[in-house]
Design a protein around this ligand. Structure first.
Ligand code: CAO
Length: 440
């Protein structure tokens, strides 16, 4: 093995030119005549070919460096005859190979490259599958691609032997702009579904194991599906959440009484059943909350199917209680119990999870005060409910202990406005405070 230096050959009238592209890296195997770097003056760009074949041992130039005839580009490890090496290294300003660069006019990228009396063109004539191979394109096309930021190695050439034409670069660029294709860099920065179209910075990559022991577990199927849905809904819906409290003192007493009366039936009534019924009344009074956006139209649904979030070992599921307007509290409770059981056992059918017009997410059995639920598209609102607490409420003369239920209504601002949301919550509170109001 011998080493030899490769220098910038005679590049014509140019004094100093800037290195604008490094076409090889240390360790690359290069052929004689293979382009090593691209340099650019204010008039033209050109590729500097290698005088010999070998493996790049040391790269002596960096992007932005100014070079001129005789500047050292790189050191090659060659298996060639020592005599040739000696000749070349001893005469660094006069490369042994016929390394005449190809010069392209920057003002006319479409024009055929001007080859300055070159016995051997510097542009690779026929690409091989080698990883160090340059895309098969003329310097003018390469320059054009560089100006647009088009990764040439991803462009499919339609010319003879797969040569990339100016039109190929243009079509590639158009396809990227229209979103028909993504460059590898785009895909790497933003794998599908993580905000590629939003131009977000890449997700932080942290080697967690560097900071302590870790265990890696793949997300479950349900988590993956619901995660993708939640992400879309969180990003695409201009959502606002209104928080309010409902006085359920009397309703809770009625619920306890109902359960006592129905002890033998095996059906337990929870606050959620009353909430479903109260929501139906509010949805009927404010029909835009029971609608869906379809382009520029609102679709008002004449049915009231209420989804309710259920916590299951496999993740969040949303069974749908159909025709809640036609059912009484006991029937709603019984159906809800069955649906929640099926959800926990992973036995819900797709039909039992579809068609909801509004969703309730109740954390009342667990705790908390308020939260901001994410709308279940294409619905336009969702009600979050937390645990009721006994609170001192001013009745005009004194503080009275009242059982207060925290409500969090998230709504789609494209369909609903703040005033309507406040009215919806207020009305819901009135119904929960006194169910007789449903009759009015
Ligand atoms: N305030 C106070 N107590 C409440 C309450 C409230 N708002 N809501 C329910 N409770 C009580 C119930 O009365 C019951 O009390 P007892 O055990 O004394 O009878 C207890 O809390 C447990 O209720 P439950 O959770 O079994 O029944 P539910 O009808 O309220 O809810 C279901 C059913 C399936 C919705 C629920 O089990 C569940 O999965 N909740 C979680 C929903 C969820 O994860 N939401 C978040 C989604 S976003 O990630």
């Amino acid at each position: 093995m011998a080493t030899m230096e490769v220098n910038v050959p005679d590049i014509g009238d140019f004094d100093e030119v800037a290195v604008i592209e490094l076409l090889v890296k240390v360790g690359d195997k290069v052929r004689a005549e293979q382009s090593l770097i691209t340099v650019e003056s204010d008039k033209a760009s050109m590729e500097i070919p290698s005088s010999h074949a070998g493996v790049v041992k040391d790269l002596k130039v960096a992007l932005g460096d100014k070079v001129k005839q005789g500047s050292l580009i790189l050191v090659l490890e060659t298996s060639g005859a020592p005599a040739a090496v000696a000749a070349s290294t001893s005469a660094p300003t006069a490369p042994a190979a016929p390394s005449v660069p190809v010069v392209a006019s920057p003002s006319a990228p479409a024009a055929a490259p001007v080859v300055a009396a070159a016995p051997a063109p510097a542009v690779i004539a026929s690409p091989s599958p080698s990883s160090v191979e340059l895309p098969h394109a003329s310097p003018s096309v390469r320059k054009f691609a560089r100006e647009l930021g088009v990764p040439l190695n991803e462009v499919k050439g339609t010319g003879p032997k797969g040569r990339i034409s100016l039109e190929d670069v243009q079509s590639f660029s158009k396809a990227v702009m229209s979103g028909d294709i993504r460059t590898q860099a785009q895909a790497q920065k933003a794998p599908a579904g993580d905000g590629a179209g939003l131009g977000l910075i890449p997700w932080p990559k942290v080697d967690f194991a560097k900071f302590g022991p870790i265990e890696r577990k793949e997300l479950g199927r349900i988590q993956k599906i619901s995660g993708a849905n939640l992400l879309r809904n969180a990003i695409m819906i201009p959502a606002v959440t209104n928080h309010d409290d409902a006085d359920i003192t009397e309703l809770e007493a009625f619920r306890v009484l109902t359960n006592k009366e129905n002890e033998k039936s095996g059906v337990k009534v929870t606050m959620l059943a009353f909430l479903i019924k109260a929501c139906v009344a509010a949805l009927q009074k404010f029909p835009q909350f029971n609608s869906s956006l379809d382009g520029d139209s609102l679709v008002y649904k004449q049915y009231w199917h209420i989804g309710f979030a259920a916590d299951t070992p496999n993740g969040l599921m949303v069974p749908v209680l159909k025709d809640a307007d036609k059912k009484g509290i006991l029937q709603i409770s019984a159906e809800m119990g069955e649906l929640a059981k099926k959800a926990r056992e992973g036995k819900l059918s797709p039909a039992e999870m579809s068609g909801a017009t509004f969703t309730i997410s109740s954390l009342g059995g667990i705790g908390g005060r308020y939260f901001t639920p994410i709308i279940n598209a294409p619905e336009v609102a969702i009600l979050g409910v937390c645990r009721s607490t006994m609170e001192p409420v001013w009745n005009g003369q004194a503080f009275e202990p009242r059982l207060m239920l925290p409500l969090s209504l998230t709504w789609d601002h494209r369909v609903i406005d703040g005033a309507a949301a406040a009215r919806f919550n207020a009305y819901l509170g009135q119904i929960l405070g006194d169910f007789r109001r449903v009759l009015l």
